[in-house]
Design a protein around this ligand. Sequence first.
Ligand SMILES: Nc1nc2c(ncn2[C@@H]2O[C@H](COP(=O)(O)OP(=O)(O)OP(=O)(O)O)[C@@H](O)[C@H]2O)c(=O)[nH]1
Ligand SMILES: [Mg+2]
Length: 217
Amino acid sequence: MAFINYSRREIQLKIVYYGCALCGKTTNLISLHQRINSNQKGELVSLATDADRTLFFDFLSLSTKTLPGFNTRFQLYTVPGQPVYNTTRQLVLKGVDGIVFVVDSHWDKMAENVESFSNLQDNLIQNHLTLATIPYVLQYNKRDLPNAAPIHYLEYTFNNRATKVLSYEAVASKGDGILETLNGVARLLLAKYSKSAGANSNVDVTAAGKAAAASTT
Ligand SMILES: Nc1nc2c(ncn2[C@@H]2O[C@H](COP(=O)(O)OP(=O)(O)OP(=O)(O)O)[C@@H](O)[C@H]2O)c(=O)[nH]1
Ligand SMILES: [Mg+2]
């Protein structure tokens, strides 16, 4: 649920990266943190096990001036993908405004992806929410793998609603597609919350990061 602080002229929007274990959620936040301008971002906080598996969540805060007169702060969280941490996933989803569902493109991970998508919907219900009302996008990650499932198969499996949602191909470990994914979900949120403010939601919240990435290639 968006948190609006009128005295500080600030709106906070919570975006959760969800998906099965090892699909690349933490890697998205690490790559974003490397690419976003330092005056736009906070510290990347990771609560992980020794083996770098997410134990509770990762957290990254980004701020932009996308709504007139307001500072917009996007709070990015990941959930732990391992099935055993379901209670944590439910907690991290509390107050969520937008979701990035990360799909691991590896053929062998399809059953886990489908299970995670179903688990997301169950956990949203626990929070009195549904995918019909929460803005979300799909990210097909690990497109660099030689045995990646074809996009049309992933679309058929995960993007089969009457009105398709936005979907992005990515190689999070190289930073490919991660800014586009974040921009996609951020625009959906800004469109939702800017109607009354009369703001332009066709903005690029990671423009600074893109410029930085372009200058290093
Ligand atoms: N080949 C390839 N490997 C990737 C890509 N993205 C992430 N990885 C690797 O996949 C592994 C798991 O990535 P994480 O980001 O830790 O996965 P996670 O979804 O946060 O996993 P949990 O915290 O256990 O839920 C790491 O070794 C990453 O380097 C990608 O696009 N391509
Ligand atoms: Mg993780």
